[in-house]
Ligand binder design. Structure first.
Ligand code: 5AD
Ligand code: SF4
Length: 480
């Protein structure tokens, strides 16, 4: 049996890819383990969006060198966004890395590569165990070539189908690797991550994604629908549609847009919720909101709508191609068409040229919209991007102060907004049991609700009466 471990950094697209790879390897007969030391194959799915994520990956890679010293047959593979744009450097600098496969390369090739590595590891393990058995009679420790091993191999563990050259539904597997994976671990609810597209054409001036994931490419609507149907039949209670810019989705066959895709996904039979991330304000249209309002039982009233900055000057420098006024108009559409929807956003502080005035314009938008959640980041210069050539005139200290003040204010806003739920009954989907013994459920609006129950209810829709709230969690009890 070959054990694999997969470490994932970054966004949900990476989570989806890792999930698909885990499913692929499991189908090959490998076993997923939670501890690196138990693994024969370690994959690291990397993120390049900010320097910090990249630094964490490189220090983790250092730790793996130590593990690899004691385990000769261990193979280490680097995939994802850093693998995309620092491929040569990783190969040159790290002897203990066996393969590097970037996020914009052909996923079909990754399948072949993984199958080959599984085969190699299997043979090396066999060789080591043969050596141990023969050590009393043989002093020849030279490993024979893999080709020789192939012919010598007589007994030992049964090789998985695909490795033996009998493909396990190759078409099915290719599709699932392409679209991301179905999360089916026993401890959590079943969730379907579906990449509806890959890449990005927007070239926001700060963002490395167009360089690491390549040009935008939508996947076939029929393929996506087939995946959703199959995952729902297999028990998925939540479907998350993923793309860097979902509302520019366009079916390559029919030209159908994102609103049509959403409508068709909502028509799939079964009790499940649908979320999507992320739209881009430049492509936001009301038809998506209307489809959401007509299909509320399936399509969650939750929109992640990335603002990035509240200053038109900075938005322009970011190449976001919308104005604050247009963004706020879209917020009005959401409030009007989906009055109960929650709205979250992404904000970058300390972009080159951001003055105190620009920063306070962002804070003003926060006060106007009162986002349910904000993911906020300090600007991180990224190689190849246009903004990396801009003069970064804001000190690290000021950037941190701006971020901290923005986040503190958001905690207050979250606290007030969450407080409005007290005494309400909220339908929620149970995700998992937390370390503190409570069950975690999520509302359609993406609020975290914690409650007590001895029964395992993962994947159940429950009604929870809200008793109290905090900035991050709200607390309730089960209503039958
Ligand atoms: N620096 C800081 N934040 C960034 N993001 C993308 N690139 C950068 C960068 N260079 C943020 C944006 C994006 C989110 C996924 O990450 O806010 O929406
Ligand atoms: Fe990056 Fe902008 Fe594309 Fe989002 S839309 S992935 S921020 S370039």
């Amino acid at each position: 049996m070959i054990n694999f471990f997969i470490k994932t950094y970054g966004c949900q697209a990476n989570v989806a890819d890792s999930q698909a790879i885990s499913n692929f390897l499991t189908n090959l007969g490998c076993k997923k383990v939670e501890i690196e030391q138990q693994a024969d194959l370690i994959l690291i799915n990397t993120c390049a969006i900010r320097a910090k994520a990249e630094q964490r990956f490189f220090s983790y890679l250092g730790v793996l060198a130590i593990i690899k010293k004691d385990k000769k047959h261990l193979k280490v593979g680097i995939i994802g966004c850093v693998a995309s744009y620092r491929q040569k450097e990783i190969r040159r600098r790290f002897d203990h890395v066996n393969f590097v496969f970037g996020a914009k390369e052909n996923l079909f090739e990754l399948q072949t590569l993984l199958s080959d590595f599984v085969l190699k590891i299997q043979m090396l393990k066999q060789f080591v165990s043969d050596q141990i058995q023969n050590s009393l009679v043989s002093f020849d420790k030279r490993p024979p070539s893999l080709k020789l091993l192939r012919t010598r191999r007589t007994s030992g563990e049964k090789l998985p189908n695909a490795v033996r050259g009998e493909p396990v539904e190759p078409y099915e597997q290719s599709k699932s690797l392409l679209l991301g994976g179905f999360k089916n671990n026993k401890k959590e609810f079943k969730q379907s991550y579906v990449n509806i597209m890959t890449g990005c054409n927007n070239y926001c001036s700060y963002c490395i994604v167009p360089f690491t994931r390549g040009r935008e490419k939508s996947y076939l609507l029929n393929l996506i629908l087939e995946r959703v149907k199959r995952d729902v039949q297999n028990g998925a209670k939540e479907v998350v549609l993923l793309g860097q810019n979902v509302n520019s989705y366009k079916d390559p066959q029919t030209g159908a847009n994102f609103a049509t895709l959403l409508k068709k996904v909502a028509q799939v039979d079964g009790e499940f919720w649908v979320r999507f991330v992320s739209p881009h304000p430049k492509d936001m249209t009301k038809d998506v909101l209307y489809v959401m309002s007509e299909n509320k039982e399936k399509l969650c009233g939750f929109i992640h709508h990335p603002l990035q900055s509240g200053s038109n000057k900075i938005l322009q420098a970011m190449n976001r191609t919308y104005t604050v006024e247009q963004y706020l108009e879209q917020i009005d559409w959401i409030r009007e068409i989906l009055p109960d929807a929650t709205i979250s956003t992404d904000i970058i502080v300390g972009f080159p040229g951001e003055t105190e005035k620009d920063y306070f314009e962002t804070r003003k938008v926060m006060e106007k919209v009162k986002f349910d959640n904000i993911f906020s980041f300090i600007y991180s210069p990224r190689k190849y991007t246009k903004a990396a050539t801009f003069k970064d005139d804001c000190s690290a200290k000021i950037k941190s102060e701006r971020l901290e003040a923005l986040q503190s204010r958001q905690v207050e806003i979250c606290y007030d907004l969450n407080n409005c739920h007290v005494d309400k009954i909220l339908k929620s989907l149970v995700e998992k049991r937390l370390a503190n013994g409570k069950l975690l459920a999520r509302t359609a609006g993406n609020h975290r609700v914690l409650f007590d129950s001895d029964e395992e209810k993962n994947g159940n829709f429950v009604n929870l009466k809200i008793e109290k709230s905090g900035a991050v969690n709200i607390f309730g009890y089960l209503i039958e």
